[in-house]
Ligand binder design. Structure first.
Ligand code: SF4
Ligand code: FES
Length: 235
């Protein structure tokens, strides 16, 4: 089938305004949109810029807005679209060129919640152990590949007035450590999360959960963080 891809274009070195360019690709229904983008870049227009690496939903680099919904181009099959697909960069993050966005502000927020195990006791001779049940608590959160689809889809992050909200991706990682039986940094982590722009910035709108390509129950995990914050003050 012939698939038309209407793609957002902007090169800050030569364009004053963004514009859309439509390409046609002779695609197999089982091709992924990422295959179509690669074919455009290899066969039609080497100036088209987008990120990709693994091609299999693992690296998180090809997040983009596809027909208005954020997702990974490597996980979308041609057969699931009509003859034209609108492809735009992730919202919220500034465009660097075409579909490439600036991840720095996203990573700054991610780093702000201390995304690492905080262990105060001296390390044991071997590893820090935990039971399968203890690991199961945060197992889903480990699947996060930092694609930013959730944060870019969040209406709170999209609103300039509330854009300083730390965002769902950072909160998923905060959940991952807050509920890890080996972590001893709960007090300092909770102080960071117990803020208007921290976990309380979430308005439970659920877009994060809808778009997450790893099917992480993002809204539910943020709710569990809020409950833990609430319980810590109302014991
Ligand atoms: Fe991507 Fe899901 Fe992680 Fe958000 S929680 S960054 S949507 S993998
Ligand atoms: Fe790696 Fe899509 S290219 S997640």
């Amino acid at each position: 089938m012939i698939l038309k891809l209407k793609i957002f274009r902007f090169d800050p070195e030569k364009d004053t305004e963004p514009y859309y360019q439509t390409y046609e690709v002779d695609a197999d229904p089982m091709d992924r949109l990422l295959d179509c983008l690669n074919r455009i870049r290899w066969e039609q227009d080497p100036t088209l810029s987008f990120r990709m690496s693994c091609g299999h939903g693992v690296c998180g680099s090809d997040g983009m807005r596809i027909n208005g919904i954020c997702g990974l181009a490597c996980q979308k099959l041609v057969k699931d679209f009509n003859e034209e697909v609108l492809i735009e960069p992730l919202p919220v993050l500034a465009v660097v060129k075409d579909l490439v966005v600036d991840f720095e502000p996203f990573l700054e927020k991610y780093n702000s919640i201390k995304p690492y195990l905080i262990a105060k006791a001296a390390p044991p001779d071997r590893e820090r152990t935990q039971s399968p049940d203890e690991q199961h608590v945060f197992e889903a959160a480990i699947r996060c590949i930092l694609c930013a689809c959730c944060t870019a889809s969040c209406p709170v992050n999209q609103d300039k007035e509330t854009a300083s909200y730390v965002g769902p991706a950072a909160l998923v990682r905060a959940f991952r450590y807050l509920f890890d039986s080996r972590d001893e940094g709960a007090e300092e982590r909770m102080a960071l999360l117990d803020q208007k722009d921290g976990a309380w910035g979430c308005q439970t709108l659920g877009w994060c959960t809808k778009v997450c390509p790893k099917e992480i129950p993002v809204t539910k995990e943020i709710g569990q963080i809020k409950k833990r914050l609430y319980d810590s003050k109302h014991k």
